[in-house]
Design a protein around this ligand. Sequence first.
Ligand code: PBG
Length: 327
Amino acid sequence: MELIYRPRRLRSRENLRKMVRETRLDEASLVYPMFVMDGDNKVEAIEAMPGQFRYTVDTYIDKLKEVSSWGVNAVMLFGIPATKDETASQAYAENGVVQRSLRAGKQECPEMYFITDVCLCEYMSHGHCGVICEDRILNDESVKLIAQTALSHAQAGADMVAPSDMMDGRVLAIRKALDEKGFIDVPIMAYSAKYASGFYGPFREAAGSAPTFGDRRSYQMDYHNGKEGIREIMLDIEEGADIVMVKPAMSYLDIIANVRDMVDVPLAAYSVSGEYAMVKAAGARGWIDEERIIAEMAVSAYRAGANIYITYFAKEIAEMISNGEIG
Ligand code: PBG
């Protein structure tokens, strides 16, 4: 055959295939989510997320050192308080579980970069991400508490705050609260295009944050909508978000790609608990090759345009990057 173009020419050897890769990964862009709870000297397994655990502040310090040994130097903290109420008071308590984790973590593991998830759901007796009145989730009242929570994280040493509540106007309120107290250098990573998703199921078991009534569809986005995701991203950038996020990752690659085309701020993708649980479940049965699936999921998020990947598989991905399987 007389062919001018033979695409297979560039696939003939591993060296060459690696040379012409379009997507490169780096463990510096990985963020590992961690759950910290009140109490002492405990590590609890999360049933729907085999291999993931809830730590008390002391055991989390040991884990942080392990995370750092993977070559992963950023974590995202989620707090699980001993008590919940109708004002989420433990979310912004000076001695709240995240605040204590930050102070201990900064001291014991100073090379780590600490990002905090800023939300009220884990701290509310009803499990919603905001203040409720009858069966409504009040926006502006919630924003006040969310800004207060972000500020208290910064005061305890957070390097970056990441609001995940999806209330309108929270990025601007957080920016103002931080700036007023001198935290002008603490960046905001906004969960901007966060969809109301069944993929968060295992997380709600992990964090004990399932709503006791209704669902999150009056604040998280409808997954039929792609353009609205762009609109949310634009609004958060206008309000001062330094980094924007699309969440979940795997079924939302179109959103990631569209956002990447529209804006030039760093973009994070969150590969959520349900993505993790599915891979672990099928992997445990031998139905899929877990490692290969983890690799494809991660590479696809970066290929779509993400610069930062938040994932429970941070260890596996860092390993694959360092042994040259991906990246
Ligand atoms: C808190 C929050 C959730 C997740 C991150 N922050 C749960 C939710 O919105 O219900 C999900 C993370 C995951 O599933 O891994 N609002």
